[in-house]
Design a binder for this molecule. Structure first.
Ligand code: HEM
Length: 126
């Protein structure tokens, strides 16, 4: 099994990841009902984001925290949802890639998920 090496690999990863998210009714409603994502527009954004984070390319300019605070304002993004999200992400990585970048992307996902949950908790207080 190879490591994540380029944007084609990232596309495969986010595609496999979203198949898992959308097949899991415990979380899919966020992507189909709360925010109606258009998958063909959404996946390239995710590739740009992860390419910047893992491959050191640029290109992602939006405020990721604000994107998720906006979703949270419509539907509470609970700890359970984050756990489900992370499980599908880690599984999608492990099923397709092995190596330094594969480990790095899982660590990054966990850090970002932790930060997003802290921001969501702060939002509740204000
Ligand atoms: C409970 C967990 C999460 C849920 C339910 C969730 C849901 C969503 C949804 C519905 C969107 C589309 C927003 C829109 O187009 O308006 C989105 C965008 C995005 N999410 Fe998440 N997310 C979660 C956690 C995370 C985490 C932990 C990361 C990163 C590690 C992440 C990365 C992204 C990125 C890069 C986008 C694209 C933002 C953009 O359009 O610029 N998400 N998320």
């Amino acid at each position: 099994m190879n490591d994540i090496q380029n944007q084609d690999d990232l596309y495969l990863l986010v595609d496999e990841f979203y198949k898992k998210l959308l097949a899991d009714e415990k979380i899919s409603y966020i992507f189909t009902d709360v925010v109606k994502i258009k998958i063909e527009a959404h996946l390239p954004i995710l590739v740009t984001f992860w390419s910047q984070a893992i491959l050191g390319t640029g290109g992602y300019t939006k405020n990721l925290t604000q994107v998720h605070l906006d979703i949270n304002a419509k539907e509470y993004l609970s700890k359970e949802l984050f756990t489900i999200w992370l499980n599908h992400f880690n599984t999608a990585v492990d099923e397709n890639f092995k190596g330094e970048k594969a480990e790095q992307i899982k660590t990054q996902a966990l850090s970002i998920a932790t930060i997003l949950q802290i921001k969501i908790a702060q939002e509740k207080k204000t």
